[in-house]
Design a protein around this ligand. Structure first.
Ligand code: ZN
Ligand code: ZN
Length: 216
C-alpha cells in the first residue's frame, strides 16, 4: 500500500505526535496513517530519537536562537529508531482504529447524515472529534470551510476535491484557507477517518441547521 500513498503527514504533526501534545482524535488519525505508511513511520522514528535527546537536555541547557534549525539538522541526520512493523490484524481498519471501533467494519455503528452519507463518532476526548465517514460512490460531502484543522485519512475507495485526489492511505490536511467539496470516486464507496478540532463551516443552510445535532 505504501507505494501508492501520495499525501503524507507534515513535520509539524509528526513532531507534535512524537511529543504527545496532540488531542486524542488527531493522535488516533496520525497513528492510523503511520500504521499504513512506511515513509511516515521512518520519519516518526527520527523525531522520536531526537525528541528523547532534547528532553534530556532541556532541563539544563538554555535553547539557543538557532535551536529550530539545529533540531531539524539533527532530525535529518539522526539514525531512526527501528520502528516495529504495524500489527496486521486483517480486515480493512488499521489496528489503532480497531481498538476504538471494537472490531472491523462490521462493528461500526453508522448513523445516516443525509444524501446517503453516514458517520460514526469515535469515543475520544472532547477537545477534538474523530469520526468515520461513509460516502457512497459518486456522492459528495457538503461544501464546507474549516475554523481549525481537519485531517482526513482514506481507508477505502477514494475522493477528490478542489486540491487533489486522495486514495487509500492518503491524508488530507485542511485548515482555514481551504473550502472544499470532497466527492467520492465512482466505483467504490469511500470510507474515511476525519479528525477536526473546531466545527466545520457549511455553506448551505440545511447542513448548518443540522450541524449541532450531528456534531460536525
Ligand atoms: Zn505517510
Ligand atoms: Zn473538510
Amino acid at each position: 500500500m505504501t507505494d501508492t500513498i501520495q499525501h503524507h503527514l507534515s513535520d509539524a504533526l509528526l513532531m507534535a505526535y512524537s511529543a504527545g501534545t496532540l488531542p486524542e482524535a488527531f493522535s488516533l488519525t496520525v497513528a492510523a496513517h503511520v500504521s499504513m505508511c512506511d515513509e511516515c513511520r521512518a520519519r516518526l522514528g527520527a523525531f522520536d530519537t531526537v525528541g528523547g535527546a532534547l528532553i534530556e537536555q532541556t532541563e539544563t541547557v538554555q535553547m539557543a536562537e538557532d535551536s529550530f534549525e539545529a533540531t531539524m539538522a539533527r532530525i535529518n541526520n539522526a539514525e531512526p529508531e527501528p520502528q516495529a512493523r504495524p500489527v496486521r490484524r486483517g480486515g480493512l481498519l488499521p489496528a489503532p482504529l480497531q481498538d476504538y471501533v471494537g472490531g472491523d467494519l462490521d462493528a461500526i455503528q453508522w448513523k445516516p447524515i443525509g444524501m446517503g452519507v453516514k458517520q460514526a463518532i469515535l469515543p475520544t476526548s472532547r477537545d477534538a472529534t474523530a469520526r468515520l465517514l461513509y460516502i457512497p460512490a459518486g456522492a459528495a460531502v457538503p461544501d464546507h470551510g474549516h475554523r481549525g484543522t481537519e485531517l482526513t485519512l482514506v481507508l477505502q475507495g477514494a475522493f477528490a476535491d478542489e486540491v487533489d485526489r486522495f486514495g487509500p492511505g492518503d491524508i488530507e490536511i485542511a485548515n482555514e484557507d481551504l473550502d472544499h467539496t470532497p466527492v467520492a470516486e465512482a466505483g467504490a464507496d469511500c470510507i474515511c477517518l476525519a479528525a477536526t478540532d473546531a466545527p466545520l463551516r457549511f455553506r448551505s443552510l440545511i447542513p448548518r441547521i443540522a450541524q449541532p445535532f450531528l456534531r460536525i
